[in-house]
Write a new protein. Structure first.
Length: 178
């Protein structure tokens, strides 16, 4: 046997496709009732279904288009003082958000002990709290960290997207470090 049916068992090659159709809707173009129920997710109204997904897509697109304007403008912390295990350090950050609303981001302190190359190991995240609004889309944040162990400690401030409806903690290309 040559052509498109080569290598296909004869029964399959001769089989006609089955079409699931409601005999009462034959030729009308209507979708059978059981399929309608599946499409409506059984009991959920069709109108507005998926609106949350559309809103999230618009939100992500707007965020991504403005993200280039997001950054850490200034950090203020007593980094010249030794930090012993159990000691607390208060960190202040001024961040630029451009047109992005402060409720659409989370500002965190990423901290922990440093390895021999100066990289943070066994990192802990601590959310910062917005304390003031400055000019031109800048906001002031404050947070405190506690050293859990002896040795060199490090920290960085980072800005990430935040949405109340979905966890976007590691959205690609939407993290700013300071």
């Amino acid at each position: 046997m040559d052509g498109p049916a080569a290598g296909i068992p004869r029964l399959a090659a001769r089989a006609k496709p089955r079409v699931w159709a409601d005999p009462s809707a034959a030729g009308s173009g209507q979708i059978p009732d059981p399929v309608q129920k599946l499409l409506k997710f059984e009991g959920l109204p069709h109108k507005g279904h998926g609106a949350g997904a559309v809103q999230l897509a618009h939100w992500k697109a707007n965020l991504a288009s403005a993200w280039a304007r997001v950054g850490v403008r200034n950090l203020d912390a007593p980094t010249n003082e030794p930090m012993m295990a159990g000691n607390k350090m208060k960190i202040f950050a001024t961040v630029d958000l451009g047109p992005i609303a402060p409720d659409d981001v989370i500002v965190e302190i990423y901290h922990g002990p440093l390895d021999a190359n100066g990289n943070i190991q066994q990192a802990t995240r601590t959310a910062m709290v917005r304390t003031a609004s400055e000019d031109n889309g800048a906001y002031r944040y404050v947070g405190s960290i506690v050293a859990d162990s002896c040795g060199q400690q490090g920290f960085a401030v980072r800005i990430l997207p935040r949405n109340a409806n979905v966890d976007l903690r590691l959205e690609p290309n939407l993290i700013r470090w300071g």
